[in-house]
Design a protein around this ligand. Structure first.
Ligand SMILES: Nc1ncnc2c1ncn2[C@@H]1O[C@H](COP(=O)(O)OP(=O)(O)OP(=O)(O)O)[C@@H](O)[C@H]1O
Ligand SMILES: [Mg+2]
Length: 463
């Protein structure tokens, strides 16, 4: 780590010398200037971390130097030292943005304390800034395909309103990112964004989760609980996987949307809430309605502003941008030297089908950044499945043989057969480890479990 550099601007050589001794003894780098002009020049050239500045100097006086320094770089902390320490100079220096004011003669300990405080404050501010920036980078929506631009335009239109938004799209396409972006750009951005994953919460708990309950309202309700709708009051609630809600819960949610009020389980009292609802699902809700699994009236309430996020394979133009974005991000995150990527590798990535969409791409890039030895990621460095996808998508063989697919009369049957085969393939590749497989294909574990059940996939059926 480079040493912390302190610039001392004081016309008295004796003071500079004594400060040099103190500072160097403490492990700081010392730079000295005898006049204001020299000090400003050195501040520019030496990029000090802090300035100790005398007030009374021939030529340019300290307060003027302070003004110039602040104008140059207002993040540079300045501690003012003066032998003519009147209250009024101290006040003026502080008004001009000096961090601290020290009177001569001073004990070196006093200087060191002030200096450490100033440096700490600056470090905190820097950290804060980089944290904020990291948050922004994490929430950035990357891509410039026409399809993504349409999504962004819809986000822009929806954000400032209170309208309910329904986001649809495959797993991993960025539905949650869209929801968060809408909230961050809304008038509610200072209030809470409360997320509820309707698929992950067991059926018997979801109502109390959403609406809360009073103590003793059911077996196990030992404490009262404030529901997510109440928690999100004045803010936004994000109903993720809304297609997985039971009929009963759907009816209750519909009521909140209509009446703007909730009722805790076990309470007759209704509570007014001002909540903006954003819902998302990777199910096709129109299909769910047809099958009688989703209420049409709820659908219309939710889909005031519908946003469809297209799958990644339908916008391959975004792939190079996303790959570069994540290469940079993960190099920084893992402290590895930035790598380049060969054109051939990018092309292979653009040809691949990305069932897990951006989440799968992101995981792939992270693995490549960590696992690739050289400075450049070549096509040969890509995992097998990715390299061999050249020439377009070859659907994996269904477990039950080609006959299954041939028998598939409807598009849905075909899709289901292909999905089942895909899952079995991936499970096998990952040694039937559910967590790992879920991660690789970019779907929540809960969803994978559901699929296993739906298709009655077990390791035994793998044969
Ligand atoms: N346009 C984008 N630019 C950069 N990163 C993105 C973009 N879209 C999605 N991501 C990232 O991809 C990952 C998956 O996105 P997200 O969780 O929003 O998907 P989802 O549609 O909610 O998935 P699921 O249906 O599985 O819940 C996240 O890490 C997200 O930040
Ligand atoms: Mg999601």
């Amino acid at each position: 780590m480079p040493k912390t550099r302190i610039l001392v601007i004081d016309d008295e050589a004796a003071i500079r010398d004594s400060l040099r001794m103190t500072l160097e003894y403490e492990g700081y780098d010392f730079v000295g200037a005898a006049t204001g002009q020299e000090g400003i020049a050195l501040a520019e050239r030496e990029a000090p971390d802090l300035v100790l500045l005398d007030v009374k100097m021939p030529g340019m006086d300290g307060l003027e130097v302070l003004d110039r320094l602040r104008a140059m770089n207002d993040a540079l902390p300045v501690v003012v030292i003066s032998g003519h320490g009147t209250i009024s100079t101290a006040v003026e220096a502080t008004k001009k943005g000096a961090f601290d004011f020290i009177e001569k003669p001073f004990a070196s300990e006093r200087v060191l304390v002030s200096l450490r405080n100033a440096l700490d404050q600056r470090r905190l501010r820097d950290e804060n800034r980089s944290l904020k920036k990291a948050v922004e980078v994490r929430h950035q929506m990357i891509g410039e395909s026409g399809a993504l631009k349409q999504v962004m335009a819809a986000v822009g239109r929806a954000a400032p309103t209170n309208a309910t938004v329904l986001i649809q799209g495959e797993s991993g396409v960025g539905k949650e990112l869209v929801a968060r972006t809408i909230h961050r750009n809304s008038l509610r951005s200072r209030e809470r964004f409360v997320q509820v994953n309707c698929a992950a919460i067991p059926e018997e708990l979801i109502e109390s989760e959403l609406f809360g309950h009073e103590k003793g309202s059911f077996t196990g309700a030992t404490e009262k609980q404030v529901g997510k709708f109440e928690q999100a009051d004045r803010g936004t609630i994000f109903l993720d996987e809304v297609g997985d809600m039971s009929a009963k819960t759907q009816a209750k949610v519909l009521r909140v949307l209509q009446e703007g009020e909730v009722e805790r389980l076990g309470s007759a009292r209704t509570i007014k809430v001002d909540v903006r609802v954003i819902a998302a699902t990777n199910k096709n809700l129109e299909e769910e309605i047809e099958k009688g699994r989703f209420r049409e009236d709820l659908y219309f309430r939710l889909a005031v502003i519908p946003i469809f996020v297209p799958p990644l394979r339908e916008r391959p133009e975004d792939i190079p941008l996303l790959v570069r974005h994540y290469m940079e991000y993960f190099s920084r995150e893992n402290n590895v030297r930035p790598k380049r990527i060969a054109a051939g590798a990018i092309e292979a990535l653009q040809r691949y089908r990305w069932k897990g969409n951006i989440r799968e791409l992101r995981n792939t890039v992270e693995r490549l950044i960590i696992m690739t030895g050289g400075d450049t990621i070549e096509a040969a460095d890509l995992p097998d499945g990715l390299r061999s996808s050249s020439g377009g998508f070859v659907p994996p063989k269904p477990v039950g043989g080609d006959a299954d697919q041939a028998k598939a009369g409807t598009l849905r049957e075909f899709k289901e057969n292909a999905e089942r085969a895909f899952l079995v393939e991936k499970l096998r590749e990952n040694g039937w480890n559910i967590s790992k497989t879920a991660e690789v294909i970019g779907t929540p574990r809960s969803n994978l479990y559901k699929k296993l059940e739906q298709y009655q996939i077990t390791q035994d059926s793998d044969g």
